[in-house]
Design a protein around this ligand. Structure first.
Ligand SMILES: [Fe+2]
Ligand SMILES: [Fe+2]
Length: 185
């Protein structure tokens, strides 16, 4: 798999994660309350996989190399994507902060979890759409074959540094999130 395909593949898993959050939101709107563990897992996935494994590759590897190739022409676009990553981090922190009261069924906390989760989903769906449809096609056009292999090597080093199973662990978290909702659906 080439470097951009690896990132697109990770988007696939993040989309599945967002689908779980959407299902949970719908359940809340119907008056149910997914277990706290569901949102604990969501926070873990968002922090470890989406924000660390995936965004690290984009911010510290892809964006840097692409910016070098484009010599400033895409700085504003990169900055906008970085800004969305940052906003996502803040929303996840807010979501985690609401969980203790959510676990005690505070109606306000349930509404805050719903609102924060929806804001996070909207943000990431828009973000991934932009990357898949604008940014990655640009990267595929601009990066040379050498750039792509250098990116691929950096991604592989990062994968090994994280123990080599980050994707598999994240995949299991998404599956487990689904299981935690099944008895409510
Ligand atoms: Fe991104
Ligand atoms: Fe991404």
């Amino acid at each position: 798999m080439n470097a951009i395909d690896i990132l697109s593949n990770e988007h696939g898993l993040i989309r599945r994660f967002l689908e779980r959050l959407d299902i949970a939101a719908e359940l809340i709107r119907q008056g149910q309350r997914p277990p706290r563990e569901f949102y604990e897992l969501a926070v873990q996935f968002a922090r470890t996989f989406a924000d660390t494994v995936h965004h690290f590759k984009e911010e510290h590897v892809l964006f840097v190399r692409l910016a070098q190739r484009q010599e400033g022409a895409i700085d504003a676009q990169v900055e906008a994507l970085r800004h969305q990553h940052e906003r996502g981090r803040r929303l996840v922190t807010q979501l985690a902060g609401h969980l203790p009261a959510y676990a005690e069924a505070s109606p306000e906390a349930v509404q805050m979890v719903l609102a924060t989760s929806n804001a996070y989903c909207d943000l990431l769906q828009d973000h991934i759409h932009r990357e898949d449809h604008e940014f990655f096609p640009l990267a595929r056009k601009v990066l040379t074959a050498d750039d792509c292999s250098a990116l691929g090597e950096e991604f592989e080093r990062d994968r090994q540094r994280r123990g080599g199973i980050a994707f598999e662990v994240a995949h299991k978290q998404v599956v487990d999130m689904g299981s935690l909702l099944t008895h409510l659906a």
